[in-house]
Design a protein around this ligand. Sequence first.
Ligand SMILES: [Zn+2]
Ligand SMILES: [Zn+2]
Length: 418
Amino acid sequence: MTLARSTGRDTESMRIFECEECGRRYLLGLPAQDQSAVCRRCGATLLSVPANALQRALALTLTGLVLIVIANTLPLMSMTIAGRHQQASLITGDIALYNDGLWPLALLVQFTTVIAPALKLGSIAYVLIGVMLPRPPPGLVRIFGWLERLRPWSMIEVYLLGVFVAYVKLIDLATIEVGIACYALGLLMLVMVLIDRVLSAELVWRAMEERGLVRTPPAAGGPLLLCETCGLLSSAAKGHADCPRCGARLHFRKPNSIARAWALVLTAMILYLPANIFPVMTVISFGRGEPDTILSGVKELFYAGMWPLALLVFFASITVPILKILGLIFLLISTSRGSRWRLRDRTLLYRIVESIGRWSMIDIFMLSILAGLVQLGSIATIRPGVGALSFAAVVVITMFAAAAFDPRLMWDAAGENR
Ligand SMILES: [Zn+2]
Ligand SMILES: [Zn+2]
């Protein structure tokens, strides 16, 4: 094992950290305030210490909770066409999808736009207030452990872009008014981004250590295992392999990483065909209308002169899924071959594949908004199509595939972690 030394503030709290993305180990103290430690080999962030992290995160979280209530109770958008008026809120899209028999899609939209963000904010508030109380409430450790898994599924920022695309698509068809919930969502997006920047998980775990809620034995002797939930590196004692800090099951690398990632990528490839062949929606305007596939929807936007929007939807719905599938296949093959070629760039590719996947949901969110809002019989109706179901499945399955792949295996296979 190689340990690269780095200068920390105090040697007392020096600990061994493992880079999640390449597996290199470092002996580090907590960086100074507003500083972060970056992996020298692959460029991933190891640790960041924003000033007053927990207080700022709590203030932002409480603001976010107020905004989420506003976003879910007030109108999102209203439309007037041929003298008829229709209003939509965050939930109407889900109801329209459900009524059309696409309940898995309704569930997915509901989970990513309402349940996951609310759970995320609620549990951050519970944990941050909990560690400050004289008698901390139960479950803090487990709840904070879950939070890490919830992170990619809260998609407020993607939804907002979906609202924008829906708005631009409708503006020629009808008079559109933007509701208060839309502004609340905009602010909520900002708050969520700031929370992700300010809330350093390691600082929360250390606060729980200080309160005696978790214990963290020094990592010494025996093989060391990295906890995927809390990031602690601990000695694997014989007989049990649970993280001493958060209780999660420990593995040297993600179990069956390559096989699971391959299975998911291949499934996504198969589903990608129906996602592009079957219509994602049908727009009926004054009695006329044809089903649209993803590609024909992009073409229509382009011919209507909305080419920046056409480009955005093309990128999110067509480029991103293909890039993800091909990127993962490339990473899987190069890892299995033990390639030493451009390891740092391949790790960067992994980081990109992992983070852009959620943006493909734009089309699904746009569809849910349109289906909820445009329900005026023969004057104008937008109905979701079955292609949307396969498309959403491709997005979700590729997200799972990226999560299943362990980028450290690339470095292992190249002989860099001996
Ligand atoms: Zn690294
Ligand atoms: Zn842990």
